[in-house]
Design a protein around this ligand. Sequence first.
Ligand SMILES: [Zn+2]
Length: 349
Amino acid sequence: MLKKVVTSFAFLILFFGVLKVSAQDKSEYYSCNTSLWIDNQLIKTENGFLTQNYSLLVPLDTVEFLGATYEWEPEIWRIRIRSEGRNLTMYISNYNCANGTNVEKMPAQPTIHNGTIMIPIRYVVEALGAKIAWNGKKDSVFVSTKGQIPEEFYDNEEKDETVEALKNRIIVLDPGHGGSDPGAVAWGIEEKTLNLQVAKILKEMLQKAGATVYMTRSEDVFVGLYQRADIANNLKADLFVSIHHNASTNSGAKGVMTLYYPTSKDTRMNGQKFAQIVQKNLVNDLNARDWGIIPRPNLVVTRETKMPAVLAELGFMTNKSELERLVTSDFQYKAAESLLKSIIEALRQ
Ligand SMILES: [Zn+2]
């Protein structure tokens, strides 16, 4: 027993100690007016909520609405959250959270704001096994501890139109690189992994919205460029979306760009028009620097596909602060949500 205690203590020091560098690299916190609902109850707060890396942070005592208890140890800046056999341990200004025996990276760092301890709500909710959804139009977050998010949280009218636009449509998602081809690599993070993470989230969103979705790869395997285009052509897909992350020798470069195959054919929807929609939404939804849409005559996947196709570069992995956002689930959800919006917009035209 004693040995176990000693071991886990050493384990925590090791992880929280070694990875502490991320805490020094401060991403800014912003105040926000997002409304938070937990099981149909609007959660009020005196000092408002915060965001960091697009993640919502809420007061620590909010966890009581999730049926959890918490403990705050000010002398070591430690926060503990407990519920039904689940144990979370996190620290102020640190991305790491011990979830049981695993150490996980949270999308944002707990902080103290006007004397109130603030924690990243999406991470905590999901770690405690509850459900969370974000409605961007209403700028509200809904948490359910009782299973599904209620239908009325979504805008019904909009949902119906969405279902109509995606019904009987085939979308092919193409997570770039894979297997022996890692794509860009920065600070030990491989592009192929990020591409696949976003694609999987988007696939689920599209399927929930009624589309038929195929991926050129669903795991870490190598797939040739022509093969990727063939998959979409054989399926007679309606749209093709290749998902990538960028790299540059200029470590300051950041932002989004959308690549397409230039064609003189002016159809109702083509690569260029689709790229314009995708780029506009990514810039707005991710609040990202706009590199515009870029015609690329030699890009195999967009050139060989017969349907409107784009290749979206979601951010620069070679920019350290941008990379820190790209790896968060919050950013990946927002990117996927943005691409979902663009796909619907393109299909409606
Ligand atoms: Zn790439």
